[in-house]
Design a protein around this ligand. Structure first.
Ligand SMILES: O=P(O)(O)O[C@H]1O[C@H](CO)[C@@H](O)[C@H]1O
Ligand SMILES: [Mn+2]
Ligand SMILES: [Mn+2]
Length: 393
């Protein structure tokens, strides 16, 4: 085995420039990390800079270095879509060519809402595309007074239910989400994810979402690299949303995170103990707290804080551990709208025992990451993707 352990860290939504087909998604010119850096007058990410991030992509404040320590590339999304599930599933070897069902323009059909009301016993309000924080300001007080559930969607294939953690109750919210998952298994209503969005506070302006968000995704439609690893008795440790995104498929151990900082702290702790296989991490705050909120300042700080913790993770890693930092799609905080952006993803890979460094061939698909992981652990290679393991020396 070339690497005894691999840490695959997904910086959720940290795209590195528009994909060639971005215009189809109304995302021409998007560049999450580049524009975030511009908006704040430059980013300071000394750890990723040393690994070669500035050599890979033009980012204000992160100049290229003469002798980068890692290998880097940009990968293209081959699947149709720009959401979290599509990005992560492709990374692990699945291509999605039929997009998941969305209800962006219309809201959910009356029959679906009616069935959800009958089965949960709660009336529904909202039922439109909305920003999750704005809809709380709009409907949160009414929800608290009447017990009606706030249902909303977005440009993604999601049915989100927002409810007050104290007045409505977390268990009740989770129960209703399970019912929503069941109802939306019908082919014509098959949304990718049901998301519980609990919040606290007592009036518009002070409502806050809590970390008890819970996603009920569809199961991946075929085995992924994670299944191959688990079947060969490797550890597949999930940190953050990974377990939800794969519905536990191929995962051997799961750690929920309260925040992305917490997720990195968990990862550092995991790195300090022995295991054999993959630690797969999703850091969602870039996306949920800053990208969708179109807040480049918050986004920049999250990136800089992440960089410090990446340094600590590397300190904790053994000589023969590999870390790969990447993303699942873009969410340019300076772009129009509030949705994800169709972008390339950066890949920065580093191990202490590397002798060489530099650019790996570009332009391949996200699935190359899963192929590389499978290749390293000598398990069945996914049908899609090409391993770049041989380039890492
Ligand atoms: O506006 P909020 O509720 O954060 O919603 C965002 O979160 C959803 C799931 O990631 C996305 O589809 C996007 O709509
Ligand atoms: Mn995502
Ligand atoms: Mn998102």
């Amino acid at each position: 085995m070339k690497y005894n352990r691999i840490f695959l860290v997904v910086m959720d939504s940290v795209g590195a420039g528009a994909l060639p087909d971005a215009a189809k998604y109304n995302d021409e010119g998007a560049d999450t990390i580049g524009h975030t850096a511009d908006a704040v007058g430059g980013l300071k990410m000394p750890v990723m800079q040393k690994l070669g991030l500035g050599n890979l992509h033009h980012i204000k404040g992160i100049d290229p270095v003469d002798a980068p320590l890692g290998y880097y590339t940009k990968l293209l999304e081959k699947s149709v879509g720009k959401d979290t599930m599509t990005g992560h599933w492709e990374m692990m070897g699945l291509y999605i060519d039929t997009p998941f069902q969305t209800f962006t323009e219309t809201g959910f059909p009356d029959e679906l809402i009616k069935e959800l009301e009958e089965k949960t016993g709660h009336k529904i309000i909202g039922n439109k595309s909305a920003s999750g924080t704005e809809i709380l300001d709009e409907l949160g007080e009414r929800h608290m007074q009447t017990g009606e559930m706030i249902v909303y969607t977005s440009a993604d294939s999601v049915l989100q239910i927002a409810a007050h953690e104290e007045t409505f109750g977390l268990e009740e919210l989770y129960r209703c989400c399970e019912i929503a998952r069941e109802i939306t298994m019908k082919p014509e209503w098959k949304v990718g994810r049901i998301i519980a969005r609990p919040f606290i506070g007592d009036k518009a302006g002070n409502f806050q979402r809590t970390p008890n968000r819970h996603d009920l995704a569809l199961k991946p439609f075929a085995n992924t690299v994670l299944n191959s690893l688990k079947d060969c008795n490797f550890d597949v440790i999930s940190v953050g949303k990974i377990n939800d995104i794969f519905v536990g498929e191929g995962i051997t151990e799961s750690h929920k995170s309260q925040s992305s900082i917490h997720g990195m702290e968990q990862t550092i702790e995991i790195a300090g103990k022995p295991f054999n296989g993959l630690c797969f991490v999703n850091l969602v705050d870039f996306d949920a707290k800053w990208g969708h909120r179109r807040n480049p300042q918050g986004y920049a700080k999250e990136l800089e804080d992440f960089d410090v913790l990446l340094g600590k993770l590397i300190e904790t890693m053994n000589e023969d551990d590999l870390v790969i930092c990447t993303a699942d799609h873009g969410n340019d905080p300076t772009h129009h709208g509030t949705d994800h952006t169709r972008e390339m993803i950066p890949v920065v890979a580093y191990a202490k025992n590397m002798n060489g460094s530099g650019l790996i061939r570009q332009g391949q698909t996200f699935a190359d990451i899963g192929a590389t992981v499978a290749d390293n652990f000598k398990v069945e290679l996914p049908e899609n993707g090409e391993s770049f393991l041989d380039s890492l020396n």
